[in-house]
Design a protein around this ligand. Structure first.
Ligand SMILES: Cc1cc2nc3c(=O)[nH]c(=O)nc-3n(C[C@H](O)[C@H](O)[C@H](O)COP(=O)(O)OP(=O)(O)OC[C@H]3O[C@@H](n4cnc5c(N)ncnc54)[C@H](O)[C@@H]3O)c2cc1C
Ligand code: FES
Length: 355
């Protein structure tokens, strides 16, 4: 049997049990202790914590996200670090008002829908054996048939707890996508899922008008947010303006366009703005940060949710800050992959930015 150790999480003083083969973050999230995290693969640096006492294996932490000097000073990326003795760690335990914590659990499900929605983009619907509670914007980890996991944002709303939708882009040479989701995966297959993860959570308690900015399958968590707002509209009404930008390189990439256009026609509060960079789309041409900057020379007073490749997220962050919308009003989800990890793209620079 694998040995277990006690991890004390300061400043809470909470004690949890963590197996020697389990990451410290995983043990915390399964006990409902909400510590900052984003990629959960040792790439972004969001989960950096101090090991105050005890020994840990630092695991597969990116050298860009955890510098040699930080390792020497006792820091660890707890999404990849495992205990080698009882530990005391200090993390930034902050739960935002209006966000409910849902402990991470393992789930199993059956693939019910697998459809091509745009060139190189597939929609998956997984019927879970048991429902999963989550916040709109969060993600799950899929276990690959050959082992290993990959994170994918949930595109369906929390009200649909037993049937989660994912929207996945094919990556050339990618183990999960080119090697599985776009290769052997078939309707009826069983899939192992863990979740929910992430701090990219829609907060319905916030009262600002909403900007949703995504490129490619960065639309997925934004779709969950729009669908959650529709649930809220039905339950209690909704009037706050919501503007959705979806960036793609070609018109064909604007998957689910008809649905968003119909929504924009039937709801005064909703506006859909496609941002196609390499073709004319019957509207304006350009990238998300540029179109947003033209529309909102002053974005202060809004709350923004930004999701896509690390480069797109970084450019959009800069455009938002130039428009005087500051980090505490911005939530970001960077779709890091193995190539970003190898290049050290976009590790955490400011603890103020909500990832
Ligand atoms: C929080 C989060 C949520 C996400 N949500 C979504 C989502 O909803 N939809 C979506 O489509 N994607 C999402 N992603 C991205 C997704 O998790 C995968 O990274 C992506 O699908 C690629 O996985 P893969 O296994 O196919 O590719 P990988 O096998 O991870 O490889 C990715 C690329 O890196 C290259 N590569 C591999 N190893 C190296 C190396 N050592 N050096 C240089 N290059 C290398 C590969 O050739 C390939 O081109 C999300 C990512 C994060 C962090
Ligand atoms: S969450 Fe640990 S490095 Fe990204």
């Amino acid at each position: 049997m694998t040995e277990s150790y006690t991890v004390t999480v300061e400043p809470l003083g909470s004690e949890i049990s963590c197996r020697a083969d389990q990451t410290i973050l995983d043990a915390c999230l399964r006990e409902g202790i909400w510590l900052p995290h984003a990629c959960t693969h040792g790439t972004c640096g969001t989960c950096k914590a101090e090991i105050l006492d005890g020994e840990a294996d630092l695991g597969d932490a990116s050298p860009y996200a955890l510098l040699e000097s930080e390792r020497d000073e006792g820091a660890a990326l707890i999404c990849v670090a495992t205990p080698r003795s009882d530990l005391v760690i200090e993390g930034e335990v902050d739960v935002e008002d209006g966000i409910e914590i849902h402990p991470v659990r393992d789930y199993a499900g059956t693939l019910e829908v697998l459809e091509d929605v745009a060139p190189g983009v597939r929609r998956l619907v997984i019927a879970l054996d048991t429902p999963m509670a989550f916040n709109a914007g969060q993600y799950v980890q899929l276990t690959l048939p050959g082992g290993g996991t990959r994170p994918y944002s949930i595109a369906s709303p929390p009200s649909q707890a037993d049937r989660i939708e994912l929207q996945v882009k094919r990556t050339d040479g990618g183990a999960a996508t080119a090697g599985w989701i776009f290769a052997g995966l078939a309707v009826g297959d069983r899939i192992a899922v863990a979740g929910p993860y992430g701090r990219f959570c829609f907060n319905p308690a916030r009262e600002e008008p909403v900007l949703l900015l995504g490129t490619g399958t960065g639309l997925a968590p934004l779709a969950a947010i729009v669908r959650t707002i529709l649930d809220l509209e039905e339950q209690q009404g909704w009037e706050r303006p919501v503007v959705l930008y979806h960036g793609t390189s070609t018109v064909e990439g604007l998957y689910d366009r008809a649905w968003y256009e119909e929504l924009a026609e039937t709801r005064d509060w909703f506006d859909y703005r496609p941002a196609v960079s390499q073709e004319d789309c019957g509207g304006r041409r350009g990238r998300v940060p540029a179109l947003m900057a033209a529309d909102f020379p002053r974005a202060s007073g809004h709350v923004a949710y930004v999701c896509g490749s690390p480069a797109m997220v970084e450019d959009t962050m800069k455009a938002l800050m130039k428009a005087r919308l500051f980090p505490r009003y911005i939530y970001r989800e960077d779709f890091f992959d193995a190539a970003d990890r190898a290049s050290g793209a976009n590790v955490v620079r400011s603890p103020l930015i909500r990832r």
